[in-house]
Design a protein around this ligand. Sequence first.
Ligand code: ATP
Length: 230
Amino acid sequence: MLEIRDLTVRYGGILALDKISITVPKEETVILVGANGAGKSSLINAIIGMVPTAGGSMTFEGVDLAKVAPSMRAGHGIGYSPEGRRVFPTMTVRDNVLAGASRIGRAAQADVYDKLATLFPMLRDKSDDLAGYLSGGQQQMVAIARAMSASPKLLLLDEPFLGLAPVWIQQISDAIRQFSKSGVTVLMTEQMAVPALKVATRGYVMRGGAILREGPVAELRSAALAEEYL
Ligand code: ATP
Protein backbone atom coordinates (compact mmCIF):
# COMPACT_ATOMS: atom_id res chain seq x y z
CA MET A 1 0.00 0.00 0.00
CA LEU A 2 2.84 2.39 0.89
CA GLU A 3 6.28 2.00 -0.70
CA ILE A 4 9.11 4.21 0.42
CA ARG A 5 12.38 3.98 -1.50
CA ASP A 6 15.71 5.61 -0.62
CA LEU A 7 14.00 8.45 1.23
CA THR A 8 16.30 11.23 2.39
CA VAL A 9 15.36 14.11 4.69
CA ARG A 10 17.74 16.90 5.69
CA TYR A 11 17.37 19.86 8.00
CA GLY A 12 20.13 22.15 6.75
CA GLY A 13 23.31 20.23 7.44
CA ILE A 14 21.58 17.54 9.55
CA LEU A 15 20.85 14.28 7.75
CA ALA A 16 17.68 13.00 9.50
CA LEU A 17 16.87 10.15 7.08
CA ASP A 18 19.58 8.55 5.00
CA LYS A 19 18.07 6.73 1.99
CA ILE A 20 15.66 4.57 3.92
CA SER A 21 13.28 2.09 2.31
CA ILE A 22 10.08 0.82 3.95
CA THR A 23 7.16 -1.25 2.70
CA VAL A 24 3.77 -1.11 4.39
CA PRO A 25 1.57 -3.91 2.99
CA LYS A 26 -2.19 -3.46 2.87
CA GLU A 27 -4.04 -4.37 6.09
CA GLU A 28 -0.86 -4.89 8.10
CA THR A 29 0.32 -2.92 11.11
CA VAL A 30 3.94 -1.87 10.70
CA ILE A 31 5.98 -0.47 13.57
CA LEU A 32 9.10 1.69 13.38
CA VAL A 33 10.99 1.45 16.64
CA GLY A 34 13.91 3.68 17.51
CA ALA A 35 15.29 5.92 20.23
CA ASN A 36 15.09 9.71 20.34
CA GLY A 37 16.44 11.25 17.17
CA ALA A 38 16.33 8.01 15.13
CA GLY A 39 14.27 9.79 12.47
CA LYS A 40 10.80 8.37 13.17
CA SER A 41 8.91 11.67 13.14
CA SER A 42 10.86 12.84 10.10
CA LEU A 43 9.59 9.82 8.20
CA ILE A 44 5.96 10.31 9.25
CA ASN A 45 6.19 14.05 8.52
CA ALA A 46 7.63 13.33 5.07
CA ILE A 47 4.69 11.02 4.29
CA ILE A 48 2.13 13.68 5.19
CA GLY A 49 4.17 16.35 3.43
CA MET A 50 5.07 18.38 6.49
CA VAL A 51 8.81 18.17 5.80
CA PRO A 52 10.35 18.33 2.33
CA THR A 53 12.28 15.33 1.05
CA ALA A 54 15.79 15.59 -0.35
CA GLY A 55 15.66 12.40 -2.41
CA GLY A 56 13.91 9.09 -2.91
CA SER A 57 10.26 8.28 -3.58
CA MET A 58 6.99 7.53 -1.76
CA THR A 59 4.16 5.72 -3.49
CA PHE A 60 0.73 5.30 -1.90
CA GLU A 61 -1.64 2.89 -3.65
CA GLY A 62 0.43 3.32 -6.79
CA VAL A 63 0.27 7.13 -6.67
CA ASP A 64 3.51 9.11 -6.43
CA LEU A 65 3.07 11.24 -3.29
CA ALA A 66 5.40 13.89 -4.71
CA LYS A 67 2.55 14.71 -7.08
CA VAL A 68 -0.04 15.00 -4.27
CA ALA A 69 -0.09 18.32 -2.39
CA PRO A 70 0.22 17.86 1.40
CA SER A 71 -3.29 19.30 1.88
CA MET A 72 -4.70 16.61 -0.45
CA ARG A 73 -3.06 13.61 1.19
CA ALA A 74 -5.78 13.17 3.83
CA GLY A 75 -8.31 13.11 0.99
CA HIS A 76 -6.38 10.21 -0.53
CA GLY A 77 -6.93 8.24 2.68
CA ILE A 78 -3.88 9.03 4.80
CA GLY A 79 -4.82 9.75 8.44
CA TYR A 80 -2.36 11.07 11.00
CA SER A 81 -2.09 11.37 14.76
CA PRO A 82 0.91 13.49 15.79
CA GLU A 83 3.35 12.92 18.63
CA GLY A 84 2.36 14.60 21.90
CA ARG A 85 -1.43 13.99 22.21
CA ARG A 86 -2.54 17.23 20.63
CA VAL A 87 -6.15 18.01 21.44
CA PHE A 88 -8.12 21.25 21.25
CA PRO A 89 -8.34 21.86 25.02
CA THR A 90 -11.38 24.16 25.03
CA MET A 91 -13.45 21.94 22.74
CA THR A 92 -15.50 18.97 23.92
CA VAL A 93 -14.28 15.42 23.47
CA ARG A 94 -16.96 14.83 20.84
CA ASP A 95 -16.06 17.94 18.84
CA ASN A 96 -12.36 17.07 19.04
CA VAL A 97 -12.98 13.60 17.64
CA LEU A 98 -15.39 14.73 14.94
CA ALA A 99 -13.01 17.45 13.78
CA GLY A 100 -11.51 14.61 11.75
CA ALA A 101 -14.87 13.82 10.13
CA SER A 102 -16.00 17.33 9.22
CA ARG A 103 -16.68 16.40 5.60
CA ILE A 104 -19.50 13.97 6.33
CA GLY A 105 -23.11 14.66 7.41
CA ARG A 106 -24.35 14.76 11.01
CA ALA A 107 -26.01 11.33 10.93
CA ALA A 108 -22.87 9.74 9.52
CA GLN A 109 -20.83 11.55 12.16
CA ALA A 110 -23.02 10.06 14.90
CA ASP A 111 -22.33 6.58 13.46
CA VAL A 112 -18.60 7.22 13.31
CA TYR A 113 -18.61 8.44 16.92
CA ASP A 114 -20.57 5.39 18.12
CA LYS A 115 -18.14 3.04 16.39
CA LEU A 116 -15.15 4.82 17.90
CA ALA A 117 -16.78 4.66 21.33
CA THR A 118 -16.73 0.86 21.06
CA LEU A 119 -12.93 1.12 20.72
CA PHE A 120 -12.55 3.84 23.35
CA PRO A 121 -15.43 3.59 25.89
CA MET A 122 -14.32 6.88 27.51
CA LEU A 123 -15.65 8.66 24.42
CA ARG A 124 -19.14 7.70 25.55
CA ASP A 125 -18.70 8.73 29.19
CA LYS A 126 -16.87 11.98 28.52
CA SER A 127 -18.30 13.14 25.21
CA ASP A 128 -19.37 16.56 26.59
CA ASP A 129 -16.29 17.18 28.75
CA LEU A 130 -13.66 19.67 27.62
CA ALA A 131 -10.63 17.80 26.28
CA GLY A 132 -8.24 20.00 28.25
CA TYR A 133 -9.49 18.46 31.51
CA LEU A 134 -8.76 14.87 30.52
CA SER A 135 -5.80 12.81 31.74
CA GLY A 136 -2.83 12.32 29.41
CA GLY A 137 -3.96 8.83 28.42
CA GLN A 138 -7.49 10.02 27.67
CA GLN A 139 -6.18 12.94 25.60
CA GLN A 140 -4.09 10.52 23.57
CA MET A 141 -7.20 8.42 22.94
CA VAL A 142 -9.06 11.51 21.73
CA ALA A 143 -6.17 12.43 19.41
CA ILE A 144 -6.04 8.92 17.95
CA ALA A 145 -9.84 8.72 17.65
CA ARG A 146 -9.78 12.01 15.72
CA ALA A 147 -7.37 10.50 13.18
CA MET A 148 -9.56 7.39 12.99
CA SER A 149 -12.75 9.42 12.52
CA ALA A 150 -11.62 10.46 9.05
CA SER A 151 -11.91 6.75 8.06
CA PRO A 152 -8.40 6.58 6.65
CA LYS A 153 -7.08 3.70 4.55
CA LEU A 154 -3.66 4.22 6.10
CA LEU A 155 -3.40 5.44 9.69
CA LEU A 156 -0.09 7.02 10.78
CA LEU A 157 0.50 7.14 14.55
CA ASP A 158 3.57 8.98 15.82
CA GLU A 159 4.61 7.64 19.25
CA PRO A 160 1.10 6.90 20.58
CA PHE A 161 2.48 5.50 23.87
CA LEU A 162 4.80 8.40 24.69
CA GLY A 163 4.71 9.23 28.41
CA LEU A 164 1.74 6.97 29.17
CA ALA A 165 1.25 4.50 32.02
CA PRO A 166 0.94 0.78 31.10
CA VAL A 167 -2.82 0.79 31.68
CA TRP A 168 -3.33 3.38 28.92
CA ILE A 169 -0.81 1.69 26.63
CA GLN A 170 -2.82 -1.51 26.97
CA GLN A 171 -6.13 0.16 26.11
CA ILE A 172 -4.68 2.07 23.17
CA SER A 173 -2.99 -1.09 21.87
CA ASP A 174 -6.30 -2.96 21.99
CA ALA A 175 -8.05 -0.14 20.13
CA ILE A 176 -5.38 -0.02 17.40
CA ARG A 177 -5.61 -3.80 16.97
CA GLN A 178 -9.40 -3.64 16.71
CA PHE A 179 -9.30 -0.73 14.28
CA SER A 180 -6.81 -2.49 12.03
CA LYS A 181 -9.10 -5.52 11.90
CA SER A 182 -11.64 -3.40 10.05
CA GLY A 183 -9.23 -3.43 7.09
CA VAL A 184 -7.20 -0.33 7.93
CA THR A 185 -3.44 -0.35 7.36
CA VAL A 186 -1.38 1.16 10.19
CA LEU A 187 2.12 2.61 10.30
CA MET A 188 3.18 3.62 13.81
CA THR A 189 6.39 4.76 15.46
CA GLU A 190 7.47 4.05 19.02
CA GLN A 191 10.43 4.24 21.35
CA MET A 192 9.01 1.52 23.57
CA ALA A 193 9.79 -1.59 21.57
CA VAL A 194 8.14 -4.15 23.85
CA PRO A 195 4.50 -2.95 23.79
CA ALA A 196 4.83 -1.69 20.21
CA LEU A 197 5.95 -5.05 18.86
CA LYS A 198 2.84 -6.62 20.42
CA VAL A 199 0.54 -4.45 18.31
CA ALA A 200 2.29 -4.81 14.96
CA THR A 201 2.73 -7.54 12.39
CA ARG A 202 5.99 -6.29 10.86
CA GLY A 203 8.62 -3.94 12.13
CA TYR A 204 11.68 -1.86 11.40
CA VAL A 205 14.33 -0.83 13.89
CA MET A 206 15.76 2.63 13.15
CA ARG A 207 18.87 4.32 14.40
CA GLY A 208 20.58 7.50 13.26
CA GLY A 209 18.32 7.95 10.25
CA ALA A 210 18.91 4.43 8.92
CA ILE A 211 17.16 1.05 9.11
CA LEU A 212 19.08 -1.30 11.36
CA ARG A 213 16.86 -4.35 11.07
CA GLU A 214 13.48 -5.35 9.63
CA GLY A 215 11.17 -8.33 9.66
CA PRO A 216 8.11 -9.96 11.22
CA VAL A 217 7.65 -8.86 14.84
CA ALA A 218 8.40 -12.35 16.17
CA GLU A 219 11.94 -12.05 14.79
CA LEU A 220 12.42 -8.53 16.09
CA ARG A 221 11.35 -9.56 19.57
CA SER A 222 14.37 -11.78 19.94
CA ALA A 223 16.49 -11.20 23.00
CA ALA A 224 19.55 -10.53 20.89
CA LEU A 225 17.88 -7.65 19.16
CA ALA A 226 16.46 -6.25 22.38
CA GLU A 227 20.00 -6.16 23.72
CA GLU A 228 21.36 -4.52 20.63
CA TYR A 229 18.53 -2.00 20.49
CA LEU A 230 18.42 -1.13 24.17
P1 ATP B 1 11.86 11.77 18.80
O1 ATP B 1 11.46 10.52 19.44
O2 ATP B 1 12.70 12.63 19.67
O3 ATP B 1 10.73 12.51 18.15
P2 ATP B 1 12.58 10.81 16.19
O4 ATP B 1 13.06 9.41 16.05
O5 ATP B 1 11.18 11.10 15.83
O6 ATP B 1 12.87 11.32 17.63
P3 ATP B 1 13.28 12.99 14.47
O7 ATP B 1 12.45 13.94 15.26
O8 ATP B 1 12.80 12.59 13.13
O9 ATP B 1 13.57 11.67 15.32
O10 ATP B 1 14.75 13.59 14.34
C1 ATP B 1 15.76 13.03 13.52
C2 ATP B 1 16.97 13.96 13.53
O11 ATP B 1 16.64 15.19 12.91
C3 ATP B 1 17.46 14.31 14.93
O12 ATP B 1 18.86 14.42 14.87
C4 ATP B 1 16.82 15.65 15.19
O13 ATP B 1 17.58 16.41 16.09
C5 ATP B 1 16.82 16.27 13.81
N1 ATP B 1 15.69 17.21 13.61
C6 ATP B 1 14.37 16.90 13.69
N2 ATP B 1 13.61 17.97 13.41
C7 ATP B 1 14.47 18.99 13.14
C8 ATP B 1 14.30 20.36 12.77
N3 ATP B 1 13.09 20.91 12.59
N4 ATP B 1 15.43 21.09 12.56
C9 ATP B 1 16.66 20.56 12.70
N5 ATP B 1 16.89 19.26 13.06
C10 ATP B 1 15.81 18.49 13.27
